[in-house]
Design a protein around this ligand. Sequence first.
Ligand SMILES: O=P(O)(O)OC[C@@H](O)[C@@H](O)c1c[nH]c2ccccc12
Length: 259
Amino acid sequence: MLNKFKKSKLKEIKILVDLKFHNKFPPEWGKNKESFSKAISNSLDKINIIAEFKKASPSLGNINSKADLENVLVFYKEGGAIAFSILTEENYFAGKIDFLYRAALFGLPILRKDFIFHPLQVEITATTPASAVLLIVRLFEDMSDFERLYFYSLEKKLEPVVEVFSEKDLEIAKRVGAKIIQVNNRDLNSLKVNLETSYNLIKYKEDNEIWISASGLSKRSVLVDLKNIGYDAFLIGTYLMKQEKICLTLRNLVYGGNN
Ligand SMILES: O=P(O)(O)OC[C@@H](O)[C@@H](O)c1c[nH]c2ccccc12
Protein backbone atom coordinates (compact mmCIF):
# COMPACT_ATOMS: atom_id res chain seq x y z
CA MET A 1 0.00 0.00 0.00
CA LEU A 2 2.74 2.47 0.87
CA ASN A 3 3.78 2.78 -2.77
CA LYS A 4 0.19 3.36 -3.84
CA PHE A 5 -0.11 6.14 -1.29
CA LYS A 6 3.07 7.74 -2.57
CA LYS A 7 1.94 7.48 -6.15
CA SER A 8 -1.36 9.15 -5.38
CA LYS A 9 0.53 12.27 -4.24
CA LEU A 10 2.51 12.75 -7.46
CA LYS A 11 -0.14 14.83 -9.22
CA GLU A 12 -0.35 17.21 -6.28
CA ILE A 13 3.43 17.50 -6.08
CA LYS A 14 3.53 18.40 -9.76
CA ILE A 15 1.03 21.21 -9.12
CA LEU A 16 3.19 22.47 -6.25
CA VAL A 17 6.29 22.40 -8.45
CA ASP A 18 4.42 24.47 -11.07
CA LEU A 19 3.22 26.95 -8.46
CA LYS A 20 6.76 27.38 -7.19
CA PHE A 21 8.14 27.73 -10.69
CA HIS A 22 5.65 30.47 -11.53
CA ASN A 23 6.24 32.22 -8.23
CA LYS A 24 2.66 31.65 -7.19
CA PHE A 25 3.28 29.85 -3.92
CA PRO A 26 1.09 31.26 -1.13
CA PRO A 27 2.79 33.06 1.76
CA GLU A 28 3.43 31.32 5.06
CA TRP A 29 0.61 31.32 7.60
CA GLY A 30 0.96 34.70 9.29
CA LYS A 31 -1.09 34.10 12.41
CA ASN A 32 -0.13 32.39 15.59
CA LYS A 33 -0.21 28.60 15.64
CA GLU A 34 -1.17 26.46 18.62
CA SER A 35 1.76 24.31 19.74
CA PHE A 36 1.10 20.61 19.30
CA SER A 37 3.75 19.37 21.72
CA LYS A 38 2.83 21.89 24.42
CA ALA A 39 -0.82 20.81 24.29
CA ILE A 40 0.38 17.31 25.17
CA SER A 41 3.05 18.12 27.72
CA ASN A 42 0.86 20.67 29.52
CA SER A 43 -1.64 18.05 30.57
CA LEU A 44 0.25 14.85 31.23
CA ASP A 45 -2.00 13.78 34.09
CA LYS A 46 -5.07 13.12 31.96
CA ILE A 47 -5.80 10.88 28.99
CA ASN A 48 -4.71 13.08 26.11
CA ILE A 49 -6.62 12.41 22.94
CA ILE A 50 -5.75 13.69 19.51
CA ALA A 51 -9.03 13.33 17.69
CA GLU A 52 -8.83 12.61 13.99
CA PHE A 53 -11.17 13.78 11.24
CA LYS A 54 -11.27 10.90 8.77
CA LYS A 55 -14.21 10.28 6.44
CA ALA A 56 -12.81 7.19 4.74
CA SER A 57 -9.83 4.86 4.91
CA PRO A 58 -8.26 2.23 2.64
CA SER A 59 -9.02 -0.55 5.11
CA LEU A 60 -12.69 0.32 5.71
CA GLY A 61 -13.67 2.38 2.69
CA ASN A 62 -16.38 4.73 3.81
CA ILE A 63 -16.27 5.55 7.55
CA ASN A 64 -18.62 8.51 7.71
CA SER A 65 -18.92 10.10 4.29
CA LYS A 66 -21.61 12.54 5.41
CA ALA A 67 -19.59 13.90 8.33
CA ASP A 68 -19.37 17.66 8.36
CA LEU A 69 -16.02 18.98 9.53
CA GLU A 70 -17.33 21.77 11.76
CA ASN A 71 -20.01 19.57 13.33
CA VAL A 72 -17.49 16.90 14.25
CA LEU A 73 -14.73 19.23 15.44
CA VAL A 74 -17.02 21.10 17.79
CA PHE A 75 -17.82 17.78 19.51
CA TYR A 76 -14.15 16.84 19.56
CA LYS A 77 -13.34 20.09 21.32
CA GLU A 78 -16.23 19.87 23.78
CA GLY A 79 -15.42 16.22 24.42
CA GLY A 80 -11.97 17.18 25.69
CA ALA A 81 -9.63 16.49 22.75
CA ILE A 82 -6.30 18.29 23.15
CA ALA A 83 -5.55 18.49 19.42
CA PHE A 84 -6.93 17.57 16.01
CA SER A 85 -5.45 15.26 13.43
CA ILE A 86 -6.80 16.19 10.03
CA LEU A 87 -6.47 13.89 7.05
CA THR A 88 -5.80 15.85 3.90
CA GLU A 89 -5.16 12.90 1.56
CA GLU A 90 -7.95 12.89 -1.05
CA ASN A 91 -7.93 9.55 -2.86
CA TYR A 92 -8.01 7.05 -0.01
CA PHE A 93 -9.09 9.12 2.98
CA ALA A 94 -11.50 11.65 1.41
CA GLY A 95 -9.50 14.49 2.93
CA LYS A 96 -8.84 18.03 1.71
CA ILE A 97 -6.12 20.54 2.47
CA ASP A 98 -8.89 23.08 2.87
CA PHE A 99 -9.99 21.28 6.07
CA LEU A 100 -6.90 22.68 7.80
CA TYR A 101 -8.06 26.28 7.37
CA ARG A 102 -11.55 25.46 8.57
CA ALA A 103 -10.22 23.55 11.58
CA ALA A 104 -8.20 26.58 12.71
CA LEU A 105 -11.34 28.34 13.91
CA PHE A 106 -11.52 25.99 16.90
CA GLY A 107 -8.22 27.06 18.42
CA LEU A 108 -6.74 23.60 19.00
CA PRO A 109 -3.38 22.53 17.54
CA ILE A 110 -3.63 20.74 14.20
CA LEU A 111 -1.59 17.83 12.89
CA ARG A 112 -1.61 17.49 9.11
CA LYS A 113 -2.01 13.81 8.26
CA ASP A 114 -0.90 12.91 4.78
CA PHE A 115 1.83 11.11 2.85
CA ILE A 116 4.56 13.68 2.86
CA PHE A 117 7.94 13.08 1.25
CA HIS A 118 8.64 16.13 -0.93
CA PRO A 119 9.95 19.47 0.42
CA LEU A 120 7.17 21.41 -1.31
CA GLN A 121 4.59 19.38 0.63
CA VAL A 122 6.23 20.65 3.79
CA GLU A 123 6.36 24.14 2.36
CA ILE A 124 2.64 24.15 1.51
CA THR A 125 1.86 22.86 5.01
CA ALA A 126 3.66 25.89 6.40
CA THR A 127 1.15 28.09 4.56
CA THR A 128 -1.73 26.47 6.49
CA PRO A 129 -2.71 26.71 10.20
CA ALA A 130 -1.33 23.21 10.90
CA SER A 131 1.42 23.35 13.51
CA ALA A 132 2.53 19.74 13.17
CA VAL A 133 3.21 17.52 10.20
CA LEU A 134 3.30 13.73 9.95
CA LEU A 135 6.50 12.19 8.62
CA ILE A 136 6.31 8.43 8.14
CA VAL A 137 9.79 6.93 8.32
CA ARG A 138 8.87 4.02 6.00
CA LEU A 139 7.83 6.33 3.22
CA PHE A 140 11.45 7.23 2.56
CA GLU A 141 13.68 4.90 0.62
CA ASP A 142 16.69 7.00 1.29
CA MET A 143 17.15 7.94 4.93
CA SER A 144 19.02 11.09 4.05
CA ASP A 145 15.77 12.26 2.38
CA PHE A 146 13.92 11.65 5.64
CA GLU A 147 16.56 13.52 7.55
CA ARG A 148 16.43 16.44 5.17
CA LEU A 149 12.64 16.68 5.38
CA TYR A 150 12.72 16.39 9.17
CA PHE A 151 15.02 19.39 9.49
CA TYR A 152 13.21 21.28 6.74
CA SER A 153 9.96 20.91 8.74
CA LEU A 154 11.66 22.39 11.80
CA GLU A 155 13.02 25.22 9.69
CA LYS A 156 9.47 25.91 8.50
CA LYS A 157 8.36 25.98 12.16
CA LEU A 158 6.35 22.78 11.89
CA GLU A 159 6.66 20.12 14.57
CA PRO A 160 7.43 16.81 12.89
CA VAL A 161 5.47 13.87 14.29
CA VAL A 162 7.57 10.90 13.29
CA GLU A 163 5.63 7.72 12.64
CA VAL A 164 7.26 4.35 13.32
CA PHE A 165 6.19 0.69 13.11
CA SER A 166 9.34 -1.12 14.12
CA GLU A 167 12.64 -0.93 15.97
CA LYS A 168 14.37 -0.16 12.70
CA ASP A 169 12.07 2.83 12.03
CA LEU A 170 12.57 3.98 15.60
CA GLU A 171 16.33 3.87 15.27
CA ILE A 172 16.09 6.20 12.28
CA ALA A 173 13.70 8.51 14.15
CA LYS A 174 16.11 8.66 17.09
CA ARG A 175 19.07 9.34 14.84
CA VAL A 176 17.58 12.71 13.84
CA GLY A 177 16.61 13.40 17.45
CA ALA A 178 12.85 13.18 16.88
CA LYS A 179 11.00 14.60 19.88
CA ILE A 180 7.50 13.42 18.97
CA ILE A 181 7.24 9.73 18.16
CA GLN A 182 4.00 8.20 16.92
CA VAL A 183 3.76 4.43 17.09
CA ASN A 184 1.27 3.25 14.49
CA ASN A 185 -0.43 0.02 15.48
CA ARG A 186 -1.56 -0.41 11.89
CA ASP A 187 1.01 -1.65 9.43
CA LEU A 188 0.50 0.63 6.44
CA ASN A 189 1.40 -2.15 4.02
CA SER A 190 -0.84 -4.95 5.27
CA LEU A 191 -3.29 -2.50 6.95
CA LYS A 192 -3.56 -4.90 9.92
CA VAL A 193 -3.77 -3.53 13.46
CA ASN A 194 -1.68 -5.01 16.26
CA LEU A 195 -1.57 -3.22 19.62
CA GLU A 196 1.53 -5.20 20.54
CA THR A 197 3.49 -2.71 18.44
CA SER A 198 2.77 -0.04 21.06
CA TYR A 199 3.57 -2.39 23.93
CA ASN A 200 6.84 -3.55 22.38
CA LEU A 201 8.37 -0.24 21.36
CA ILE A 202 7.74 1.84 24.51
CA LYS A 203 10.82 0.40 26.20
CA TYR A 204 12.91 2.66 24.00
CA LYS A 205 11.25 5.86 25.22
CA GLU A 206 13.72 8.39 26.62
CA ASP A 207 13.33 11.55 28.69
CA ASN A 208 12.00 14.57 26.85
CA GLU A 209 10.32 12.51 24.17
CA ILE A 210 6.57 12.62 23.58
CA TRP A 211 5.10 9.28 22.57
CA ILE A 212 1.76 8.83 20.85
CA SER A 213 0.00 5.52 20.25
CA ALA A 214 -2.11 5.55 17.08
CA SER A 215 -4.70 3.36 15.34
CA GLY A 216 -7.19 0.73 16.42
CA LEU A 217 -7.86 2.36 19.81
CA SER A 218 -11.36 2.49 21.32
CA LYS A 219 -11.27 1.30 24.94
CA ARG A 220 -10.52 3.51 27.92
CA SER A 221 -8.95 0.58 29.80
CA VAL A 222 -6.41 0.15 26.99
CA LEU A 223 -5.63 3.87 26.99
CA VAL A 224 -5.09 3.82 30.76
CA ASP A 225 -2.85 0.80 30.39
CA LEU A 226 -0.81 2.40 27.62
CA LYS A 227 -0.59 5.63 29.59
CA ASN A 228 0.78 3.71 32.59
CA ILE A 229 3.60 2.27 30.50
CA GLY A 230 4.59 5.67 29.14
CA TYR A 231 2.35 6.91 26.32
CA ASP A 232 1.62 10.63 26.52
CA ALA A 233 -1.24 10.80 24.02
CA PHE A 234 -3.51 8.70 21.83
CA LEU A 235 -4.62 9.26 18.30
CA ILE A 236 -8.13 8.06 17.56
CA GLY A 237 -10.05 8.35 14.30
CA THR A 238 -12.42 5.60 13.16
CA TYR A 239 -14.01 4.86 16.52
CA LEU A 240 -14.91 8.53 17.08
CA MET A 241 -16.04 9.16 13.51
CA LYS A 242 -18.51 6.28 13.76
CA GLN A 243 -20.22 7.47 16.95
CA GLU A 244 -23.64 8.99 17.10
CA LYS A 245 -22.74 10.77 20.32
CA ILE A 246 -19.22 11.87 19.62
CA CYS A 247 -18.91 14.32 22.50
CA LEU A 248 -20.16 11.89 25.15
CA THR A 249 -18.03 9.02 23.84
CA LEU A 250 -14.94 11.20 23.88
CA ARG A 251 -15.67 12.46 27.40
CA ASN A 252 -15.93 8.89 28.61
CA LEU A 253 -12.55 8.09 27.08
CA VAL A 254 -10.89 11.19 28.53
CA TYR A 255 -12.45 11.27 31.98
CA GLY A 256 -13.85 7.77 32.36
CA GLY A 257 -17.15 6.67 33.87
CA ASN A 258 -20.42 8.44 33.59
CA ASN A 259 -19.51 11.86 32.35
O1 LIG B 1 -8.85 5.28 12.66
P1 LIG B 1 -7.94 4.77 13.72
O2 LIG B 1 -7.78 3.28 13.70
O3 LIG B 1 -8.31 5.30 15.09
O4 LIG B 1 -6.48 5.36 13.36
C1 LIG B 1 -6.21 6.73 13.34
C2 LIG B 1 -4.80 7.03 12.79
O5 LIG B 1 -3.88 6.40 13.62
C3 LIG B 1 -4.64 6.58 11.35
O6 LIG B 1 -5.55 7.27 10.59
C4 LIG B 1 -3.23 6.80 10.81
C5 LIG B 1 -2.07 6.65 11.48
N1 LIG B 1 -1.01 6.90 10.67
C6 LIG B 1 -1.47 7.22 9.46
C7 LIG B 1 -0.78 7.60 8.30
C8 LIG B 1 -1.50 7.95 7.21
C9 LIG B 1 -2.90 7.88 7.21
C10 LIG B 1 -3.59 7.53 8.37
C11 LIG B 1 -2.89 7.20 9.49
